[in-house]
Design a protein around this ligand. Structure first.
Ligand code: SF4
Ligand code: SF4
Length: 135
């Protein structure tokens, strides 16, 4: 389903927080699309990394409630290696995840896992998942 963009005024505080946590400047992005074209997870994303950079430049914090990109990102670093502007995109994804999790907005609830799921899931996958998706 195409993503509906909600327009709001620029949230400078949000932009500063992303920059502070990631240590990266999304303003350097010139929208070449190399990251989107290289990302092995892009088919699962409702917004490409390129578009996410544009939304960050516009300060659209509200998009974090709707964009699944940081959660789907596998931190494979393909985009980071290929970005002509040298932006460490996975670090920006991590910053976006942290901002959400620090608001106690878990993406999965461990207590909701069913016993049969726990038996089936490899422990290392569960630990990795909890690290990524819970605060
Ligand atoms: S590869 Fe870099 S410059 Fe190109 S769209 Fe992605 S983040 Fe922007
Ligand atoms: S680090 Fe994330 S966004 Fe970048 S190419 Fe890999 S999966 Fe895609």
């Amino acid at each position: 389903m195409p993503l509906k963009i909600s327009y709001r005024t620029i949230n400078k505080e949000f932009q500063d927080k992303v920059k502070e946590i990631s240590g990266q400047s999304f303003y350097k992005c010139f929208q070449c699309g190399t990251c989107a074209g290289s990302c092995p997870m892009s088919e699962q994303m409702n917004t490409t990394p390129r578009k996410l950079m544009a939304l960050l430049q516009l300060g659209r914090e509200v998009m974090l409630d709707e964009v699944n990109t940081p959660w789907v990102c596998a931190s494979c670093y393909t985009c980071e290696v290929r970005c002509p502007r040298g932006i460490d995109i996975p670090r920006i994804m991590e910053a976006l995840r942290l901002i959400t999790l620090r608001q106690n907005r878990n993406q999965i609830e461990p207590s909701n896992l069913q016993p049969e799921e726990i038996i089936d899931l490899p422990q290392i996958a569960m630990v990795s998942g909890f690290r990524k998706f819970t605060g």
